[in-house]
Design a protein around this ligand. Structure first.
Ligand code: ADP
Ligand code: ADP
Length: 232
């Protein structure tokens, strides 16, 4: 069944820019979808709509059977630039998703040890073992980006939303992280939407590739990638 569904969505920004119009797409539970298209076609707008950061002007945005009304707590998110809290260490930043879904203090304390071990293992898988106690300003840009990706992946998000998370990385690190993401996804199969303008990245990672076009933004084609994993 569809986990994310957009039905003829229209979004006009203040000032009148019609960013998307007639935008429809459907992503099944456990599917890895990529959305590609030229700059300005509405990819970031699509991310904001699905994560509830912005309401549509008209049309429906449904996630997990419910109309989205406000920021989604069930989504892990990562963007092109790292978004770590500067006053928290790497490990402290990775705690955030747990704190958001588990505001009950006593339960949080109890769950913390298992979560901590999981966070350390995930950091190690992206080459950040030994950096758990560092603050963002003590890490390179690429390292911060890897930590941001870990924060999006941890705690089994029901939905993973990625907006060009590898765009600012060097080619070598980028392909390493593709493999990390693919491994984690194959273990847990959370529904994923990846926005990218890198077609090779889309084909490497996704089951389905949606192509958007601009003026106004909408999905114009959908391709199923039927290749064995892992892909190279
Ligand atoms: P993409 O991520 O594909 O580059 P965006 O979703 O950022 O595209 O933008 C889609 C369209 O909406 C573009 O024409 C862009 O200029 C416009 N747009 C994006 N954000 C805003 C905003 N905050 N205010 C006004 N127009 C915007
Ligand atoms: P990137 O931004 O791609 O991670 P950099 O060129 O900034 O790479 O850094 C190259 C390598 O140097 C990093 O992968 C890391 O191993 C090491 N490094 C960078 N910054 C630090 C730091 N603040 N502390 C320790 N090692 C670092």
């Amino acid at each position: 069944h569809p986990f994310v569904e957009l039905d003829r969505v229209r979004l006009a920004y203040g000032g009148g820019t019609l960013a998307v119009d007639g935008l429809s797409l459907s992503v099944a539970a456990g599917e890895f979808a990529a959305v590609v298209g030229p700059s300005g076609c509405g990819k970031s707008t699509l991310m904001k709509l699905v994560t509830g950061l912005m309401p549509p002007t008209s049309g429906g945005v449904i996630v997990d059977g419910h109309e989205v009304a406000g920021p989604l707590k069930i989504a892990g998110m990562a963007f092109q630039n790292p978004t770590l809290l500067p006053w928290r260490t790497t490990l402290g930043n990775l705690m955030l998703p747990l704190e958001i879904v588990q505001p009950h203090r006593a339960r949080l304390r109890r769950e913390r040890a298992a979560y901590d071990a999981q966070a350390r293992a995930l950091l190690a898988s992206v080459g950040l073992a030994g950096f758990e106690g560092r603050f963002p300003w003590q890490l390179s840009g690429g390292m911060q980006q890897r930590a941001s990706l870990c924060r999006a992946l941890i705690h089994e998000p029901k939905l993973l939303m990625l907006d060009e998370p590898f765009g600012a990385l060097d080619a070598f690190t980028r392909e390493e992280l593709w493999a990390v993401l693919q491994t984690v996804w194959m273990e847990r199969r959370f529904t994923t939407i990846l926005v990218t303008h890198d077609l090779r990245e889309a084909v490497y990672l996704a089951d389905t590739v949606f192509v958007m076009s601009s003026r106004p933004g909408r999905v114009v084609s959908r391709y199923e990638i039927d290749l064995p994993r892992p892909r190279t």
